[in-house]
Design a binder for this molecule. Sequence first.
Ligand SMILES: [Zn+2]
Length: 146
Amino acid sequence: MKSRSSRLTWALVALLVAAPAAMVLAEEAADDEEREEPINVAIRGENYCLGCDLGAQGAASACVAFGCQHALKVESAVDADGNPVEEIHGWVLHYLLNEHGAALATEEADYHGATVTLNGKVFKNERTIDVAEIHEAETDEDHDHG
Ligand SMILES: [Zn+2]
């Protein structure tokens, strides 16, 4: 008699613990379908100005008035284990504006047209990179601001 009621109590406790946990897992699974996990990568790419580039293609850009607005054209990327992340090769990524991202995105640090190698976290849904470190920037001498 005593043991049966104790078993019943444990079953109830297990249910109370498991039910909310299962609900949380179900919610996370639903989120995963919409948002992909960010990936840590080392990237080499071109820090090019959308205004200058699209202006040459007929867009009404105004870098002279508003300053250049750079994005990163991914040439190659490897993950933390050194494996190529080919799905993002050729992508154009926005820079998240923080210490490193802003230096690349704006004209201030003069990375205009540079080929850069950097480390950061790519948020695939937003096509955005949160730059952690800038390793190298090979700047082009003849700048062509449009
Ligand atoms: Zn520009």
